[in-house]
Design a protein around this ligand. Structure first.
Ligand SMILES: Nc1ncnc2c1ncn2[C@@H]1O[C@H](COP(=O)(O)OP(=O)(O)O)[C@@H](O)[C@H]1O
Ligand SMILES: [Mg+2]
Length: 271
């Protein structure tokens, strides 16, 4: 394997909750190759979002090392774009302006920004909605805007935290197809957090199965199925059974409840 683009080495994270120590992540080790698509699955509370927050540089209090391109992560950076489960669009900004927030830190002229924004609006199939406002969009469309905002600065790593969790099943499948199409055009290293085993198998090259309390890796599974993957195929079905068994065999698996929304600084949402 070439030098990994992302490397977690002995990463651990403990929160202080009212004077008690809550061990959220224990001994997480993972190397991700350039261009790879890794999915992290696990029940709610097993530290998936925490891992992404550490990787994106939002929280620097942790044990071990996380590096991107061999350099320790010390804060947020334009080479890492993130998309959350709730799209976090600003209601008073148009689709184009919401996507443009992803470019505020980029040294581009206004004309270059305009072109880039409209290229990405087209990429996610919203060509007719550049001037629309979030309340005029369906959930799937809003999530596409969020993905465009995550991609517009051309990050080398795209981090997705349950990005399709709030969508209905059909829209979710359409968005999964679209994500693969975008990836095929813009070879981008992708880390997807999901509780949906089927989504992980449909999309990823490798699936990291987490177990909770403390959050740690239970198993890493290679998904060698060729694309486009058939959800109804025998191999797909078997992998799904295997992974579901991994997730449920300790009796801890709980389907996720509501999403935890934590306020982020505007500078972060906008980078
Ligand atoms: N800011 C925080 N303060 C205290 N505890 C937290 C904080 N963020 C997460 N946790 C706890 O850490 C554990 C992992 O949370 P999280 O990473 O959100 O899990 P997941 O995304 O897998 O559902 C949970 O027990 C959660 O309550
Ligand atoms: Mg989470």
């Amino acid at each position: 394997m070439n030098a990994p683009i992302v490397s977690f080495n002995h990463v651990g994270k403990t929160f202080d909750v009212d004077g008690f120590e809550l061990e959220a992540i224990r001994e997480f080790n993972l190397d991700i190759a350039e261009g790879e698509f890794v999915a992290i699955v696990g029940s709610s509370g097993c530290g998936k979002s925490t891992l992404l927050r550490l990787l994106v540089g939002l929280d620097r209090q942790f044990r071990g090392q996380i590096s991107v391109d061999g350099k320790a992560v010390t804060g947020i950076g334009g080479e890492r774009g993130i998309v959350f489960q709730e799209h976090r669009l600003f209601p008073w900004l148009s689709v184009a302006d919401n996507i443009g927030l992803g470019l505020v830190n980029e040294p581009l002229s206004a004309a270059q920004k305009h072109k880039r924004i409209h290229d990405f609006i087209a990429l996610v199939g919203l060509g007719d909605f550049a001037r629309a406002y979030p309340h005029q969009l369906s959930g799937g469309m809003a999530q596409r805007v969020a993905i465009a905002r995550g991609l517009v600065a051309s990050p080398r790593i795209l981090l997705l935290d349950e990005p399709f969790g709030a969508l209905d099943a059909l829209t979710r499948q359409q968005m999964q197809d679209e994500l693969l199409a975008i990836r095929a055009r813009a070879k981008i290293t992708t880390v997807l957090v999901t509780h949906d085993v089927e989504e992980a198998i449909f999309l990823a090259d490798r699936v990291v199965v987490m177990e909770p309390r403390p959050g740690r890796i239970k198993q890493v599974v290679d998904i060698a199925l060729p694309h486009p993957r058939q959800r109804s195929s025998f191999d797909f079905h078997q992998l799904r059974e295997e992974l579901l068994h991994e997730l449920t065999s300790d009796g801890h698996y709980q389907p996720p409840v509501s999403v935890q929304v934590r306020d982020l600084p505007l500078s972060f949402i906008a980078y």
